[in-house]
Design a protein around this ligand. Structure first.
Ligand SMILES: Nc1ncnc2c1ncn2[C@@H]1O[C@H](COP(=O)(O)OP(=O)(O)OP(=O)(O)O)[C@@H](O)[C@H]1O
Ligand SMILES: [Mg+2]
Length: 323
């Protein structure tokens, strides 16, 4: 059973390790617990390689976890057989970063979308009607159906990828860097499309991005990841006005947002801290205000106020650490 009645997706202590050769393993996702509310857009942000895509794929059960569970509408999908999971899989979809890699280059767009309709068991007439409806929803003309992916712009193809993801009224979408490959004006149009879809369909989304200003624009709540762990979660406004974790503060400092005064330059990179981490905090070697406790004991994510949670020994409940 889920803990919250508004929860659509809930991860409980989910972990994924990848074996590298005989003796090494990467903890790509390391014990994350997270609830995504129905109708919300949850933004996941963090540096390259911190485990964002792996976490998204775990939520959709595109990969199996090493440990932990994922609940979807109250059902533990990690314990279902493939057969039992099959109908649930249809209401969970993914939009990828590269729109050109998302469509068969040898097929016309119309044929690709028809295949999707067939997969969902729709009749020929229903597919035609649904495709027209979806094209209108993503503001594209029916002429595009006769073209091949190479004859379309990245923005047009990404709109089509979104149309395909909502073909069967999916309840949950993981959008993995869906605007990163597009230029800024097209990015803005697509972010508005995601906003419209949330309003009109009540779609719930995990929106992955390394760009904190995109997250600020679109998402209701945010999780900040560092080396496989969530280090801070909060409602978006709260995170942007009252970031507590030194890593979140550094991320915000690097974002070109108006009125931002904090400037933090972190020493080293995530790879360095991955190699030096022992039992303590993963962020220890790069953290400007670190203490001895941080070296010895990994901090757990704990509530500091309302829905705001931080994994940091230095961030108190009443006042966060301020750089
Ligand atoms: N199939 C795999 N086999 C081995 N290692 C993997 C695999 N997939 C991911 N990893 C490793 O797991 C870690 C997390 O990767 P992931 O792709 O989830 O990061 P990310 O935050 O999405 O990065 P980016 O922002 O670059 O997309 C990385 O160190 C990556 O090399
Ligand atoms: Mg990724």
């Amino acid at each position: 059973m889920t803990k919250g009645k508004n929860a659509l997706v809930e991860a409980i202590e989910i972990s994924k390790q990848f074996r590298i050769g005989k003796n090494r393993a990467i903890k790509a996702v390391n014990g994350i617990s997270l609830t995504i509310r129905k109708g919300g857009i949850f933004g996941l942000v963090g540096e390259s390689g911190c485990g964002k895509s792996t976490f998204g794929r775990l939520l959709l059960r595109l990969i199996e976890p090493t440990s932990g569970k994922v609940f979807f509408k109250g059902t533990d999908i990690t314990s279902l057989s493939n057969r039992e999971f099959s109908p649930i899989r249809r209401s969970m979809q993914m939009v990828f970063q590269d729109p050109y890699g998302s469509f068969n280059p040898k097929m016309r767009i119309g044929s690709s979308l028809k295949e999707v309709g067939k997969y969902f068991g729709l009749s020929k007439e229903s597919v035609t009607a649904r495709v027209s409806e979806l094209l209108e929803r993503v503001s594209l003309s029916e002429d595009l159906l006769l073209r091949s992916p190479r004859e379309l712009s990245g923005g047009q193809l990404q709109r089509l990828a979104i149309a395909r993801a909502i073909f069967n009224n999916a309840d949950f979408i993981v959008a993995d860097e869906p605007v990163s490959a597009l230029d800024v004006s097209v990015q803005a149009q697509l972010l508005n499309l995601f906003c419209d879809l949330r309003e009109s369909t009540g779609l719930t989304m995990l929106f992955i991005s390394h760009d904190i200003s995109v997250i600020n624009y679109l998402c209701d709540s945010v999780g900040v990841m560092y080396l496989g762990r969530l280090v801070e979660t909060a409602d978006t406004a709260d995170l942007f006005h009252d970031a507590r974790h030194p890593y979140t503060q550094a991320l915000l400092a690097s974002a070109p947002l108006p009125g931002r005064k904090i400037k933090v330059v972190l020493p080293g990179d995530a790879q360095d801290s991955a190699e030096t981490v022992g039992a303590g905090c993963e962020f220890y070697s790069r953290c400007p205000p670190r203490s001895d406790k941080c070296k010895e004991e990994a901090p757990v994510l704990r509530r500091v106020s309302g829905t705001h949670c931080v994994a940091c020994h230095l961030c108190g409940a009443s006042s966060g650490y301020v750089i």
